[in-house]
Design a protein around this ligand. Structure first.
Ligand code: GTP
Ligand code: MG
Length: 201
């Protein structure tokens, strides 16, 4: 397999979606309103991770386009939990992509404690061989969720996927603490907004 050729459309998709999602952030700034988007990152899954995941999930390498949904990955990081749903609605209403699946790991957190909103999308990209529909995963999360997930991901790497149960328990507690922080920050924001509305009337 010529991986560079295989992954070229995915690189194109990641680059295009980064520009588009960052463009949304810029537009909020021009209109000097609070941007629901703090920052956007994106990556194409490294070849060694693709191969490892294909082996683990028994996906034949000639079926990864259909069966591996996170080869193209975008991450949108927000300040507040509410912002996540604003971004989700904006992505739903876009006409340049279609949604295959949504997973709300915020109201339904994962066993590990992980929280995020995932959207699996179909994105048509123009290649030198014509239009190709590429599957991509967009993860939308708060700064606190991102902080937790980044740390948990490094620990998973360090322990090769087998985090000791005592550490797992502490990570779950840390995830709850991060979520409480998100809730408290939302409350503060809402109370301050209320107070400001009151003074301006
Ligand atoms: P994979 O987890 O990607 O094999 O497929 P899946 O069908 O189980 O999808 P899922 O929605 O569970 O996870 C997709 C992606 O979300 C992962 O590749 C990670 O980037 C992220 N993710 C899911 N669970 C966790 C978790 O417990 N910790 C961290 N740090 N990230 C997670
Ligand atoms: Mg998983």
């Amino acid at each position: 397999m010529n991986w560079q050729v295989k992954l070229a459309p995915y690189s194109q998709v990641v680059a295009e979606l980064k520009v588009k999602l960052r463009g949304m952030r810029a537009q909020f700034e021009y209109e000097s309103s609070h941007s629901p988007i703090e920052f956007v990152t994106g990556r194409v899954k490294p070849v060694d991770s693709i191969i490892r995941k294909a082996e683990k999930k028994k996906i034949p390498l000639d079926q990864i386009d259909e069966q591996m949904q996170d080869i193209a990955g975008l991450r949108v990081v927000c300040q507040f939990v509410d912002d996540i749903y604003t971004v989700v609605d904006m992505i739903r209403s876009r006409e340049d992509l279609s949604i295959i699946e949504e997973k709300d790991y915020i109201t339904n957190k994962k066993e590990s404690g992980y929280r995020s909103y995932h959207m699996i999308i179909n994105y048509p990209v123009e290649t030198i061989h014509g239009m190709k529909k590429v599957i991509a995963e967009i993860q939308i999360r708060t700064l606190a969720m991102n902080f937790w997930a980044t740390n948990e991901h490094s620990l998973n790497y360090k322990y090769e996927g087998a985090i000791p149960s005592e550490i797992q328990t502490r990570l779950k507690k840390a995830a709850e603490a991060a979520f409480k922080l998100d809730e408290e920050m939302s409350k503060i924001k809402n109370e301050v907004q209320e107070a400001q509305r009151y003074f301006h009337h």
